[in-house]
Design a protein around this ligand. Structure first.
Ligand code: PLP
Length: 415
């Protein structure tokens, strides 16, 4: 990786995201990109067509690490290329990206690019439900077996990596959902680098990235996002992103994507593109709001705990938070002493935040993980990962925090 790529030229990320990757002359001078809905692209001559296919099928390398001419929109299209260039500066250490039509599409494509029959995926638990299902229900019958390890404990994760034969992928989700347990990315990446199979280290960075946590700077190989959450930011689109510093890796992901047909569509690329410049603004506001509210609710008589990084008491968790996160983020969980009944009563009485799954949007959302997002887990897994009857997950938006706090307090008073 050249210095040029690493710092994205002479400007900082928040400037680069507005200035890089889009050439108005290619959109008849328009200040915002045009939307190119075409499914197929006209070649200048048959030789260009032949060359483009030789590149897309991997027979020849593109010149200067560039891209093939456009061929057909399942392989790539202008709005995907603009978005892929513009999103890269947001990820510290990132050089290349690929966009997908959902977070699950990005994760699935990454798994299929690197897992082989008889290989193993070491993964932290609890993990996003869709990802858990993909590993346990879909990849296992195909001969790729999953090795779960509890998030948070670096020694247990190192041991799981060291003890797993033919380890192809180390998959981390930190902080874990909804318990906020953090995993030391750097130590897991070091353990992976010592493994003879040289597993690819993938991090689902949806909760704190790209603004507050930078896995590629800590030795991870691939950052994965549900762009449906903070990147999209308005609960109005689905999307997924993979970002890496490796040209080979992005080539591989794009070629699997071409096969699966799960590239993000032009209109969605255009929408997501327009959200990039405000990701840092939104996430900073959401983190400040969440911190004020979580700290104010801490110690409430009806709550057994408020789970938020600035309230961590475990020394190892405090250490990881201090080391790898710039800010605590916009997510917290509260646990009711009165169990499910109290949690449901709270959800019925909240007026500003909406009772919905998902997260990262400008409007606040609250949900009861055990009966919704985590209902696919066994009783044992739920108990092990601390997803209890009384737990409510809160995704804080950009409303005025005083209104949100007053609303949560009145809903708590009704319990
Ligand atoms: C939502 C989510 C996903 C899946 O993303 P989709 O865009 O819904 O496919 C994966 N990981 C995490 C942490 C998520 O929150």
């Amino acid at each position: 990786m050249s210095d040029q790529e690493h710092t994205h030229g002479v400007v900082r990320p928040r400037t680069a995201v507005l200035t890089r990757g889009f050439d108005p002359t290619l959109s008849v001078g328009s200040a915002r990109p045009a939307v190119f809905r075409s499914s197929t692209y006209v070649f200048a001559n048959p030789e260009e067509a032949e060359k483009a296919f030789a590149i897309i099928t991997g027979k020849v390398k593109p010149e200067n690490g560039g891209r093939a001419e456009l061929i057909y929109s399942r392989f790539s299209h202008p709005n995907a290329e603009i978005l892929e260039d513009q999103i890269v500066p947001l990820e510290a250490g990132g050089c290349y990206s690929a966009v997908f039509n959902s977070g699950m599409a990005a994760i699935q494509t990454a798994f299929f690019a690197y897992a082989r029959p008889d290989s193993a995926i070491v993964y932290t638990t609890p993990l996003y439900g869709g990802t858990t299902g993909l590993i346990q229900k879909f990849l296992k019958p195909l001969g790729m077996h999953g090795v779960p390890v509890a998030s948070g404990r670096a020694d247990a994760i190192e041991e799981a990596i060291r003890g797993t034969k033919d380890c192809a992928i180390v998959y981390l989700e930190t902080p874990a959902n909804p318990t906020m347990i953090m995993t030391d990315i750097e130590r897991a990446a070091e353990a992976a680098a010592r493994h003879p199979s040289k597993p690819v280290v993938m991090v689902d960075n949806t909760f704190l990235g790209p603004v507050f946590q930078h896995p590629l700077m800590l030795g991870a190989n691939l950052c994965l996002y549900s762009a449906t959450k903070y990147l999209g930011g308005y609960s109005d689109m689905l999307g997924g992103v993979a970002i890496t510093d490796s040209a080979d890796m992005i080539q591989k992901l794009r070629s699997v994507r071409s096969m699966f047909g799960n590239i993000l569509q032009p209109d969605e690329c255009w929408m997501l593109d327009s959200r990039l410049s405000t990701v840092a603004l939104r996430m900073n506001r959401q983190s400040k709001n969440a911190q004020r509210i979580a700290e104010a609710l801490h110690g409430h008589k009806d709550l057994s705990q408020v789970i938020y990084p600035t309230l961590f008491t475990d020394l190892e968790q405090k250490r990881i938070f201090a080391k790898q996160c710039d800010f605590p983020g916009g997510m917290f969980s509260i646990e009711f002493k009165g169990g499910k009944e109290a949690a449901f009563q709270f959800l019925r009485n909240v007026r500003i935040a909406r009772n919905a799954v998902s997260l990262g949007s400008v409007e606040s959302l609250v949900c009861h993980p055990k009966s919704t997002t985590h209902s696919g887990m066994s009783a044992e897994e739920l108990a092990e990962s601390g997803v209890t009857d009384g737990l409510v997950r809160v995704s804080v938006g950009i409303e005025d925090w005083r209104d949100l706090l007053a609303d949560f307090e009145q809903a708590l008073a009704s319990v």
